[in-house]
Design a protein around this ligand. Structure first.
Ligand code: UFG
Length: 327
């Protein structure tokens, strides 16, 4: 299938592009390179452009006879979204609306959307099932939920067939440790701890030690990037028969910030300074997934159910590429 991978030069998009190619599909990377790296997708067909540009997006969809769109080109930082909500609404909602309009004009109706656990806000029961109330507590989660609602109404009027995949904490490196996280600036826990282990930063800060969890630090459900990408392929296939799909994607097992730090220490064999600081605004104490719906309906299985091999893959990427991608 010819798939436009919007945001295909980013962390998740580049891993998806590699998997699509390995599975015999034809990915076309569509990216404005504001965050992504051309070097992350060296072999892929590449179009530099912006999904907020209606005419160019229609032209690209038509030129490559695109049959489905996978959309990874969102802003993803919770803290930044709290500080600059309008940027998040513009990029994540307004421009996604334009992308969907472009698909309509080009006659493309299959859409796989990167959603997030942040749509649930501060849930009171764990693990989280898809039917729980959606009550985002930050603009990032709210913008993702706004797009899910837009997709729901478009699917009801038969203008789109979509799968919304609610990621928990994507991490690790795919393609044998060659495609990893390279956000600039970095804000995600595992790469930051690895930077501390590599001596690239003085310490790792724990944001909050007074949460109502076993060791007082936040608990997250870490899911390997390739397991995440596998679910996209299964969802895309299921869109042949279905119009509206939504799934949690996580391992169902939570690790605290302290446990993640200990795992990086074990994998790297390095010691480094850990500093306990205040909570970061917008962080829920616990986010763990009940992904049984994806297992049952998609036949999804994970190859990395434990944290340590996930961290090993990330450690390989960062030590092989100490300065990130070349561009
Ligand atoms: N953390 C620290 N120190 C740091 C960085 C992070 O203690 O230097 C903590 C955070 O407070 C949080 C945990 O580590 O408790 C994980 O933080 P990340 O920033 O790595 O990830 P988030 O859980 O905030 O968010 C991630 C993605 C979102 C997605 C969410 C879904 O960035 O896009 O997972 O669970 F919505």
């Amino acid at each position: 299938m010819k798939v436009l991978v919007c945001g295909g030069a980013g962390y998740i998009g580049s891993n998806m592009t590699a998997l699509l190619a390995r599975e015999g599909h034809e990915p076309i990377v569509f990216d404005n390179l504001s965050k992504g790296h051309r070097a992350a997708v060296p072999e892929a067909e590449f179009v530099q452009g912006d999904f907020g540009d209606l005419d160019f997006t229609v032209e690209t969809l038509k030129k490559y006879d695109i049959e489905a769109v996978m959309h990874f080109a969102a802003f993803i930082e919770v803290g930044e979204s709290v500080a600059e909500p309008l940027r998040y609404y513009e990029n994540n909602v307004s421009k996604t609306r334009t992308l969907l309009e472009a698909m309509g004009k080009a006659g493309v109706d299959k859409f796989v959307f990167s959603s997030t656990a942040a749509v649930y806000g501060m849930p009171e029961t764990f693990p989280i099932t898809e039917d729980l109330v959606k009550a985002p507590i930050n603009p990032y989660g709210e913008t993702k939920w706004a797009v899910e609602r837009m997709l729901h109404f478009l699917s009801e009027s038969e203008q789109v067939r979509y799968a919304a995949l609610r990621y928990f904490n994507a991490c690790g490196a795919g393609s044998n440790g060659t495609r990893g996280e390279d956000h600039r600036p970095e804000s995600h826990l595992i790469p930051l701890i690895i930077q501390a282990a590599m001596g690239k930063r003085d310490n790792i800060k724990i944001f909050g030690t007074d949460y109502p969890t076993d060791d007082g630090t936040c608990v997250r459900d870490y899911i390997h990037i390739e397991d995440l990408c596998k679910a996209h392929l299964l969802a895309l296939k299921k869109l042949d028969a279905e119009r509206e799909l939504y799934y949690n994607l996580g391992n169902g097992k939570g690790y605290s910030v302290r446990q993640v730090i200990d795992t990086v220490k074990r994998v790297s064999g390095k010691d480094f300074t850990v500093v306990e600081t205040d909570r970061r605004p917008g962080d829920p104490p616990v986010l763990t997934a009940d992904a049984s719906k994806a297992h049952k309906e998609l036949g999804w299985t994970t190859d990395f159910p434990e944290l340590e091999p996930i961290v090993e893959s990330a450690w390989k990427f960062h030590t092989d590429n100490p300065n990130g991608y070349a561009d």
